[in-house]
Design a protein around this ligand. Structure first.
Ligand SMILES: *Cc1c(COP(=O)(O)O)cnc(C)c1O
Length: 362
């Protein structure tokens, strides 16, 4: 068996030890006589799994007691709709547009009220993050929405927008659990799990209780798109994505026991990103287009001198076991997604490969 280094933006690598545990427990979980895939979500065995997954998320992220956690199907994209359907109580909200996903979130929200875009980085193809302190937020906004790490463009917010009394809603799909997060700074955090947390199949919402309780009342929401309905039912209003939740529990256990928590996770991730950015900055062949202070530690974009060389690079890299390095079509070039589960060795070897490619093709 030869496992590749998978730089996919998502779904993406999972820690090998997690996959091995899942493999060992595949046919029989504990002494249940069955696979997690087969068991009733109402069984006591499964109840312990979902409860422990939520408890582990609360421990790892230090989620305050006045925040509720929901496991919700439909990915981050369904959250683009749920957020305005539940939280746009004043009929308007501010969206900072720093990439494709925040643009999609804004577009979805327009169906449910007025969307203000007080800041955008579209003018420079999303290669930077606007100065959040210089933004004029709307007086009547129900919330401010950001996408904290821009998966496609390789940027991230290093500072959060702040407007008195206006909750911050943030899409953390591609950076959740990559470093410690002060949950109390947010009204709502949501993330699709397939980048850093689990196999695809759900999103997680971490919502301040008062926002959930005081959801908008002027529109009818389907039960499946109502935070309170789903969360009051402990994410079991209907059949949840049972296996994805189980896998998420294993990943959280890996972070707690093998990595040693989010401070260690961040140190690991910073070291991996530094290795790659330092090489890019010293190279006269490859370059990274992002404003340096705004560089993502999860998604590193880069280009070679020509689209032809980009193509050659991706093909030769794949043949050497470094897969999914092609950049998003709206950016071109390459993108290395180096999420939590990418070992340092994967980045070290990629940099060696890039150096050789540079020497051979410069
Ligand atoms: C991948 C991604 C999404 C889309 O997630 P889905 O689960 O496919 O809907 C949204 N936001 C960000 C930041 C992402 O990286």
């Amino acid at each position: 068996m030869a496992r590749v280094y998978n730089f996919s933006a998502g779904p993406s690598m999972l820690p090998e030890s997690v996959l091995r545990t899942a493999q060992a427990e595949m046919l029989e979980y504990g002494s249940s006589g069955q696979s997690v895939m087969e068991m009733s979500h109402r069984s006591s065995v499964y109840d312990a799994i979902i409860k422990e997954t939520e408890a582990a998320l609360r421990r790892v992220l230090c989620i305050p007691d006045n925040y509720k956690v929901g496991f919700i199907q439909g990915g981050a994209s369904t959250q683009f709709a749920m957020v305005p359907m539940n939280l746009m109580t004043t009929g308007e909200a501010d969206y900072l547009v720093t990439g494709q996903f925040s643009g999609k979130a804004a577009k979805e929200a327009e169906k449910f009220g007025r969307v203000n875009v007080p800041a955008s980085s579209k003018d420079k193809n999303f290669t930077y993050i606007p100065d959040v302190d210089a933004v004029e937020y709307s007086k009547n906004a129900s919330y401010i929405h950001i996408c904290e790490n821009n998966t496609i463009y390789g940027t991230r917010f290093t500072k959060l927008p702040h407007a008195d009394g206006v909750p911050l809603v943030a899409d953390l799909s591609s950076c959740i659990l990559s470093r410690p997060t002060d949950v109390s700074q947010y009204g709502l955090i949501y993330f699709g799990v397939q980048k850093n947390v689990a196999p695809a199949g759900m999103a997680v919402a971490i919502i301040r209780e008062d926002l959930m309780e005081n959801a908008r009342t002027d529109i009818a929401r389907p039960a499946m798109l109502d935070y309170k309905t789903l969360i009051d039912a402990e994410s079991m209003y209907n059949t949840p994505p049972c296996y994805t939740i189980y896998m998420m529990g294993l990943v959280l256990k890996w972070i707690e026991t093998e990595v040693g928590g989010l401070a260690n996770m961040e140190a690991r991730n910073n070291a991996k990103a530094k290795l790659l950015y330092d090489y890019l900055d010293g190279s006269s062949f490859f370059s990274n287009p992002v404003n340096k202070p705004d560089r993502s530690i999860m998604n590193v974009t880069f280009t070679s001198p020509s689209p032809e060389l980009d193509k050659k690079f991706c093909a030769e890299a794949a043949a050497a076991g470094f897969v999914n390095l092609k950049g998003h079509r709206s950016v071109g070039g390459m993108r290395a997604s180096i999420y939590n589960a990418m070992p340092a060795e994967g980045v070290e070897k990629l940099v060696e490969f890039m150096k050789q490619f540079e020497a051979d093709n410069a």
